[in-house]
Design a binder for this molecule. Structure first.
Ligand SMILES: C[S@@+](CC[C@H](N)C(=O)[O-])C[C@H]1O[C@@H](n2cnc3c(N)ncnc32)[C@H](O)[C@@H]1O
Length: 290
C-alpha cells in the first residue's frame, strides 16, 4: 500500500529527469553546497536529496527524531541531518576493509567535523565503529534508519540478508527506512542470479541487484514494507555511462563527468550491463497495523 503523504515517487531508479524537480535541486544545493549546476546530476546527490525529502514527507525531520546510518562513511548528509534532528548515529567499520582509507577513514571516529563542509551541531552526531551485520542497538531504537550505497559491499547474499534484518529490527514500529543500492537498469534473458554472478565474474567485488533480488535479499529479510511499489521504468542516464576499469581508472562514454547516473564495468575485455542507484523507501508496520 502506498504510504500517505508522499509527494513524489521515492522507490525508483536514479533518473536524470529527477533533477528537474525543484525540491530535489534545492536539497542538493543545501546538502552539498558549492556545486556548479551541471555537477548536480550525480547519483550521490540524488541519494541525499531523496533521503531528505522522504524523511520530510514521513514527518521525520524534527527535533524529536533519532536516525541511524548504516555503512555511513563520512557522507555529507550526516552533518545536514545533525542540524535538524535530535540524534544521528553514524556506523561503519571505520578503518577496516577496502574503504578504510577512503569513505570509512578511521579519523571519522575522532574528528567527524573535519569531513563536514559546514558547521553542524556536533553533539547531535555520534560516530561508532559497528558491523552492519550486528547492530549494537535494542529492537526499535530508531525512528528512521538509512543506508546509502553500502549494502552491496556488506559481503555475501547471506551477509546482505542479515544486515537487512538488522535494519528492520532496530527500526521502531511506524518508523521509516531508506536503503539505496545498485540495480541493473535493463532486463536480461538471464535469470537475476545469473546476471549477478556474471557481473561478479568481471571482477567487481560488489553485488548489483535486480528487482527480484531487491525483494528477496533486502525487502523480505528486513520485514519492512515498501512505501510505494518499485518503479522499474528504465531511467534517462543523459546518454552518458561511467565506465569502471579497475585500479581506480574511471572513464565515461561521452568523456564528461556528468551526468553520473549510469555505471558499468569495462574490464578484461568484458562489459557488464549498466546499473544505477535504486532507492527503497520502506516503512515498518506499527503495532496497530499488524
Ligand atoms: C561506497 S561506501 C558508501 C559510504 C557512504 N554511505 C556514502 O554514501 O558515502 C560503502 C561503505 O560501506 C562500508 N561497509 C562495508 N562493509 C561493512 C560492514 N560489514 N558493516 C558496516 N559498514 C560496512 C564501507 O566501510 C564503506 O564506508
Amino acid at each position: 500500500m502506498t504510504h500517505p503523504g508522499l509527494r513524489r515517487q521515492y522507490v525508483k531508479l536514479c533518473d536524470l529527469r529527477d533533477f528537474a524537480d525543484t525540491a530535489v535541486r534545492e536539497r542538493i544545493d543545501d546538502i552539498v553546497p558549492g556545486l556548479e549546476p551541471s555537477q548536480r546530476a550525480h547519483r550521490k546527490n540524488w541519494e541525499y536529496a531523496l533521503l531528505a525529502l522522504f524523511l520530510e514527507d514521513a514527518g521525520l525531520l524534527g527535533e524529536d527524531t533519532t536516525i541511524l546510518s548504516v555503512g555511513a562513511g563520512h557522507e555529507t548528509v550526516l552533518f545536514w541531518l545533525a542540524n535538524r534532528v535530535a540524534k544521528v548515529v553514524a556506523t561503519d567499520i571505520y578503518g577496516e576493509g577496502i574503504f578504510g582509507g577512503l569513505e570509512a577513514d578511521r579519523s571519522m571516529l575522532t574528528d567527524p567535523a573535519s569531513f563536514s563542509p559546514y558547521p553542524y551541531r556536533e553533539s547531535h552526531l555520534e560516530v561508532r565503529h559497528m558491523d552492519a551485520k550486528q547492530l549494537e542497538f535494542d529492537d526499535g531504537s530508531f525512528d528512521a534508519v538509512f543506508s546509502l550505497s553500502s549494502i552491496e559491499h556488506f559481503g555475501s547474499w547471506a551477509d546482505i540478508r542479515r544486515s537487512a534484518a538488522e535494519i528492520g529490527r532496530v527500526l521502531r514500529p511506524g518508523g521509516a527506512a531508506f536503503v539505496v543500492t545498485e540495480c541493473f537498469v535493463s532486463r536480461s534473458l538471464l535469470g537475476p542470479r545469473a546476471i549477478q554472478e556474471a557481473a561478479s565474474k568481471v571482477a567487481w567485488p560488489i553485488k548489483i541487484f535486480t528487482p527480484q533480488t531487491l525483494e528477496s535479499e533486502i525487502l523480505e529479510p528486513s520485514g519492512l514494507e515498501l512505501a510505494q511499489p518499485l518503479d522499474t521504468k528504465p531511467p534517462d542516464t543523459g546518454g552518458n555511462v561511467i565506465e569502471l576499469h579497475g585500479g581506480g581508472r574511471i572513464t565515461s562514454t561521452t568523456g564528461a563527468d556528468f551526468p553520473h547516473i549510469g555505471v558499468r564495468v569495462q574490464r578484461f575485455g568484458l562489459r557488464t550491463r549498466t546499473w544505477t542507484s535504486v532507492a527503497l523507501a520502506m516503512t515498518k508496520p506499527s503495532v496497530s497495523d499488524a
